[in-house]
Design a protein around this ligand. Sequence first.
Ligand code: AMP
Ligand code: MG
Length: 352
Amino acid sequence: MAALMAALTLGLSGCAMTPADPDEAQESIQVIAMDTVMIFSVYGEKSTHAAYAAEDEVRRLEGLLSRTEPDSDVSRLNAAPAGEEVTVSEDTRTLLEAAQLYSKITDGTFDCTLAPVSSAWGFTEDSFRVPSRTELNGLLKNVGWDKFHLSEGQSLAASHDEGVEIDLGGIAKGYVTDAIAKILEENNIPRATISLGGNVLVWGDRPDGTPWRIGIQDPARVDVADGYAGFLNLTNAFAVTSGGYQRYFEEDGKTYHHIIDPATGCPADSGLTSVTVVADWEQGESNGTLCDALSTALFVMGEEKALDFWRTSGSGFELVLVTEDGRVVSTDGLTDCFAPDETSGYAYETVS
Ligand code: AMP
Ligand code: MG
C-alpha cells in the first residue's frame, strides 16, 4: 500500500508547474486515507505547501477518528469499560458533540452508535452477512445517540453505556473537509478542488472565472464512466453525497448497503438512491460537517421527510435527491447551479 501511494503521489505531483502567474501554479495529489481515494488540486503560490498540509491533516484526523486503528481516540473510547471517562483530543470531542447535535435535530436518523450493527452486517471487516432479526434486536438495545456522554465544562472526556460503540464514518470526512478549508484559507489559496470520494469542497472559482462543475454520480449507472444524474456548478461550497451504491453487497439476489436505519438496524429502504447536500463555505462555520451528517440522515429519512426537514431548517443548505422511481428532485435554492444530465433518463423536479 505504501509503495502504491508513493507511486500515485509522485505521478500526479509530476503535473506541478511553476508558471509566471503564481495564481496558476497547481499541485495535484492523490491521497488514500479513510478508506477513500482523495484528490486535492490546489492553485496559487502556496499550492504545494497547502496540498501536503492538507494530506498531513487528513492523516492526523484519521489517526484520531478511525474506528479500526487501535490507538485512535474512537478505538480507545470504544474499548473503555462502560462509564469510564476517556480523555480525547479537541477534534474528537468537537465531532462527538456535532454528532449528538445532528442526531437530535434529525430525529435520531443520524446515529454514530450504530457500530455494532454495521459490524454485524460485515461492513467493518468486509465480511458481509445478513444478520437475523433476533440478532439485530439484541444489538439495537445498545444503539442510541444518548448512550454516550460528554463531560461538562473544560474537560475533554467522553464515556459510554454498556455495549455502546462509536462510529464517526457518517460525519468524519465532512469534518476533514472543514479542516482542509481552514488550511486553504490560511494559505491564501485562490482556488482548489478537494475530493474525498462523496465529499467535495470547491474553493474559489475555475481559472477562467466560471464555477467548478461537480458531477453527481448516477446511482443506477455506477459502472458507466460519466454516468451522472446531474451537475452542480459551484464556487466556495461543499457538496456531499450519500448513496447506497457507495458500499454494498449482494446475497440471494438482494442488495444490502452500508447506510443503516437506526429504527430497524437494516440498510435504509427509504426510496432514495442518493442524497446530495450542498452548502456554501462560510468563514468560521462547519458546513462540511453539516453536509456530511445531513446527507446520511436524509438518506435514511426518505424524500418526504427530507424535504420537510429542508423546509423547516431555513436556508442553510440545498438538496438533490435521486429516487428509486427515476426522479431527480432538487430544491429551489439550486436553480442557478443545478443542471440536469439530459441523457440520464431521469425526470427532473424542482421543489420549494
Ligand atoms: P455517509 O457515506 O456519510 O452517508 O456515511 C456512511 C457511513 O456512516 C457508514 O459506512 C457507517 O460507517 C456510518 N453510518 C451508517 N448508517 C448511519 C446512520 N444512520 N447514522 C450515522 N452514521 C451511519
Ligand atoms: Mg455522511
